[in-house]
Write a protein that binds this ligand. Sequence first.
Ligand code: F6P
Length: 486
Amino acid sequence: RSLLASHLHGDELLVVSNREPWTHERIGDALLVRQPASGLVTALEPVLQACSGTWIAHGSGNADRECVDAADHLMLPPGQQDYRLRRLWLSEEEVRGYYDGLSNEGIWALCHLAHVRPVFREADWQHYRQVNQRFADAVIAEARSHNPVVLVQDYQLALVPALIRQRLPEATILCFWHIPWPTPEAFGICPWRNEILQGLLGSTILGFQTRHHQQNFLATVERFLEARLETERSSVFHAGRETLVDSYPISIAWPATAPDSARQRQLGRETLGITAGQKLILGVDRFDYTKGIEEKFIAFERLLEKHPEWIGRLCLLQLAAPTRSSLADYAALSERVARRAMQINNRFGRPGYTPVTLLVEHRDQAAVRALYGAADVCVVSSLHDGMNLVCKEFAATRDDEQGVLVLSSFAGAARELGEALSINPYHTESFADTLQQALCMHPAEQRERMSSLRRQIHDANVYLWAGRMLEDAARWRLQARMHERL
Ligand code: F6P
């Protein structure tokens, strides 16, 4: 953490994302400050704390406007501000077209293999273009120098790198794509594929979560654009400039926070109503169809069928943070999942025993940590996921080196976390068997696996992620300068 700022070599840092790190919500007379459920925020916030700079994002809390100054900067008392937050206001119509429409019904569905058909509406695309221009304008307005380092985040802002490049040609633009990148065939159905590719290629460096997604991107460029690929440098030459394309697996801050004591963990279990002889399986996800929550419930039901000895002794607690709830696919998912939980409880529950608890709500970081500490098994069953940081947070929290991580092989994190028990969430039978293996795992094996997971997350933490991108950018700029002099 302490070295991270030095990778900037004194240059100004700007971050731009759709989601903001903090929202302000007014509920009655109370003003709540909340951190949204978002892997992007979990990863980026500690980086900004370490480096300072300005974060530009959509102001989405109902009391956000109450908490900014005339320049839309969040007002915090002196000493409480590690970085500046500039809020950008979007109209309801813009949110519907740019965020709900093109970003989530279009690109999100396009890039995740979850068998949800992407929707492409011309009007949404027009809003997407307009809002991307507004984010780029905000970056230009906030920049105090002609060559800042700008971190552009994710699929909601694919056009922003090229838009910034037009106005700040000397900026170092690092764009990170947090979600998977599909094959050229899959991406090719997007009517605006070329515009999106050209927008991203305004970046100095374009980062993906895994080598596989990076390769898919390069193959997509090769298929659809007039561009030259330099395989050795892993770069693309397009429209007279070069963009480095590489993989940078994202992570979390380390150390996570102060360790929990055994007593705190025990208290956590008691608060949840877990009795001495019972075990707890935990899920923590945004309530998104890519997360495989329904598949988790189905596998849990199968486990109780195959191993009735668990009935009365095993609980599944699923925390599902509401997300994108105005969209039909999300509303349908939450109905299906709630119905499934009810069915399982009707079938296996009895007075004093509720097998499945589905909490559809937002919990703050401390409360989520308490859940991680209380769990015997944490299950991440994504059908497809760029990285997934819940699995990393669970392991980072478990300084007691106990607890078992069950992880979908379709999450980017599976490439790094080989000591987790791997599942295919589509295959109920083997998923249920893996849950059984996790529940029966000897504490010594839990320790061995958990300590290895923790070592991996400690070594490849989010400061390394940001540091690698910033260092690659610094090297790239040096080479560019030397090249100009020759
Ligand atoms: O990591 C993917 C991502 O879509 C981020 O861009 C986003 O902040 C997060 O998941 C949560 O989604 P949303 O911001 O739409 O609630």
